[in-house]
Design a protein around this ligand. Structure first.
Ligand code: HEC
Length: 171
């Protein structure tokens, strides 16, 4: 009887040591740290990293564009070439085609249900519109709220590309 208890005790001890060894081995080689081993950093324990240049803007940005009157808004390119028109077409097909349509006549999948239809972009009224004014219409919408403000959707550079593309439609 006593021998049996001894054998069981020894067996139990062996199992316990085995489990312990397995757990420590697993711990040592596991890819993530245990919660209690990760360093606790109190606020201001470590120096704050210096902020990189340009992280806080002092100039430019949407607010400044919005505050600029149309006649002072100028495209970033001097001349419209095919490269710019191509980028403009890609942007048109991404951001405008659903309303203004594949033929620029306002018969897009969404636009066709508008009454009246979205402006036909080949019309002289649009073709002769100063680029800065078109920039403001696209970016901040028209006053009647029908052209949606897209400043949060399209980066300024792509707005200028799309304007170059639209203004070359009657060529
Ligand atoms: C939600 C549908 C919709 C989308 C998307 C849209 N438009 Fe329009 N757009 C309209 C409607 C509607 C009008 C007519 C506005 C009016 O009645 O004055 C309009 C008018 C215009 C005008 C004439 C603006 C003016 O001041 O008279 C231009 C230029 C124009 N859109 C260009 C674009 C371009 C470029 C895009 C893509 C970047 C675009 N639109 C995206 C619906 C849309």
């Amino acid at each position: 009887m006593i021998r049996r208890i001894l054998v069981l005790g020894v067996l139990g001890a062996v199992v316990l040591v085995g489990v312990y060894a397995a757990v420590t081995l697993y711990d040592r080689y596991m890819p993530a740290g245990r919660m209690w081993e990760t360093p606790a950093v109190k606020p201001h324990d470590q120096p704050v990293d210096p902020m990189g240049e340009g992280v806080v803007p002092f100039s430019g940005g949407e607010a400044q564009l919005r505050a600029t009157p149309a006649q002072n808004l100028h495209p970033p390119y001097d001349r419209v070439d095919n490269e710019i028109r191509k980028k403009g077409k890609i942007a048109y097909n991404r951001f405008c085609v659903q309303c203004h349509g594949r033929h620029y006549d306002g018969m897009g999948t969404v636009g066709q249900s508008f009454s009246p239809l979205p402006t036909d972009l080949t019309r002289p009224q649009v073709q002769n519109m100063p680029a800065g004014e078109m920039f403001r219409s696209i970016s901040y919408g028209t006053e009647n709220g029908r052209q949606p403000p897209l400043h949060a959707t399209i980066p300024p550079k792509e707005r200028w590309y799309v304007i170059a593309f639209v203004k070359s439609l009657d060529e």
